[in-house]
Ligand binder design. Structure first.
Ligand code: R5P
Length: 350
């Protein structure tokens, strides 16, 4: 069975970056690789993608009334189809495009269809925590399964339990090994403390702290509405230390900005920010403009303007850390029926 990788509109740049790795990654599987079946799989996979790998040809256009019109312009019968599409802004458009694309693969008799959703939108509402609200992530999971997805590959879900909303395999990757390796290689920060801007990200902070060999501090944040948060308390010691705020999502920037202010007031020296998904929406510019941080590190899971605009990056001191190699390895391992968790434990390859 061959392998083909397609990109939706929201993940074009990331998908191109993922493909670049296929000409030069070697299997993570180690000893005796040349003598075992996995090597043959690997060769088969590389020959399917060719020496200059290209994305599969999928045409995404619109009918005059704005409905999406999708067509796969090549044979996908029996192939393992991977479609990369973050459900990032415009969220509903990205989601609908993904659902229709998967339906097209299913009706074209492709083999297993893997939806690679580097940033999984609609993840915030994962439970009914007040009356008369939907459980949005469960509905989105149902829609994806109904469309014909056989497997989900995603990075840093807002809540890990969303995996259980799918009755199909979910391979859940973490960006912290990629980001911490980048920090270790490019920053020499002494006397560092990792800070989580809310209680929900404390496990993430622990993962960062273990990799960076630091203590953690926890901010107790109250969300007032979608755009506003208030810091109520700080657990841990930041006085005289450099702080690294870590979170899964930077949306309007409100959480990291109020955390930065509070840390500075509490005696922190320099403040760095690392968030997996840089959504940068709403009035983020206004919020970040005067904030006293050194640098923001985000990955390329979300196709924000920062991905394509170096001057915007430099204005807001944003640095992009790519998860493309992580995804390339994951695709390879899924296709070869090899362990995906082994990628997570081989943290030093990124
Ligand atoms: C919330 O629980 C998330 O982990 C992020 O803290 C939140 O989405 C960030 O949003 P904003 O940047 O708008 O404060």
């Amino acid at each position: 069975m061959g392998l083909k990788i397609f990109s939706g509109t929201s993940s074009k740049t990331l998908s191109q970056e993922v493909l670049k790795h296929f000409s030069n990654i070697s299997p993570l599987l180690n000893d005796g690789i040349k003598n075992n079946i996995d090597y043959l799989y690997s060769k088969n996979m590389l020959s399917n993608l060719g020496t200059s790998p290209k994305l599969g040809d999928i045409q995404i256009s619109r009918f005059p009334d704005d409905e999406l019109n999708i067509k796969i312009n090549e044979n996908v019968r029996g192939v393992s189809a991977f479609i990369i599409q973050s459900t990032c802004p415009p969220v509903n458009e990205s989601l609908m495009e993904l659902l229709l694309s998967v339906d097209a693969f299913k009706r074209s008799s492709s083999g297993e269809i893997t939806a690679i959703i580097p940033y999984f939108g609609y993840a915030r509402k994962d439970r009914k925590d007040e009356g008369r609200v939907p459980i949005s992530s469960k509905l989105v999971a149902n829609l994806l399964v109904t469309s014909g997805v056989g497997r989900i590959l995603t990075i840093d879900l807002h809540a890990e339990q969303i995996q259980g909303f799918f009755d199909i395999p979910v391979d859940h990757l973490y960006a912290y090994p990629v980001i911490t390796n980048h920090l270790k290689r490019n920053l020499d920060i002494e006397n560092l403390v990792v800070v989580t801007p809310d209680l929900g990200s404390s496990k993430l902070a622990r993962n960062y702290a273990n990799r960076l060999n630091t203590d953690i501090a926890i901010i107790d944040k109250k969300r007032i509405n979608g755009e506003e948060t208030k810091v109520q308390n700080l657990i841990g010691d930041v006085k005289g230390k450099n702080a690294l705020i870590v979170d899964d999502i930077l949306s309007t920037g409100g959480s990291v900005v109020s955390a930065t202010e509070f840390l500075k007031k509490s005696g922190a020296k320099k403040v760095y920010i690392a968030c997996t998904h840089g959504v940068f929406c709403g009035n983020y510019q206004e919020k970040l403009k005067n904030a006293d941080y050194e640098k923001i590190f985000v990955t390329d899971t979300v196709n924000s303007d920062f991905i394509s605009d170096p001057s915007l990056r430099s204005s807001f001191r944003v640095e992009i850390v790519s998860v493309s190699k992580l995804l390339a390895y994951a695709i390879q391992h899924i296709y070869m029926r090899d362990s995906v968790s082994s990628i997570i434990s081989s943290e030093d390859i990124f």
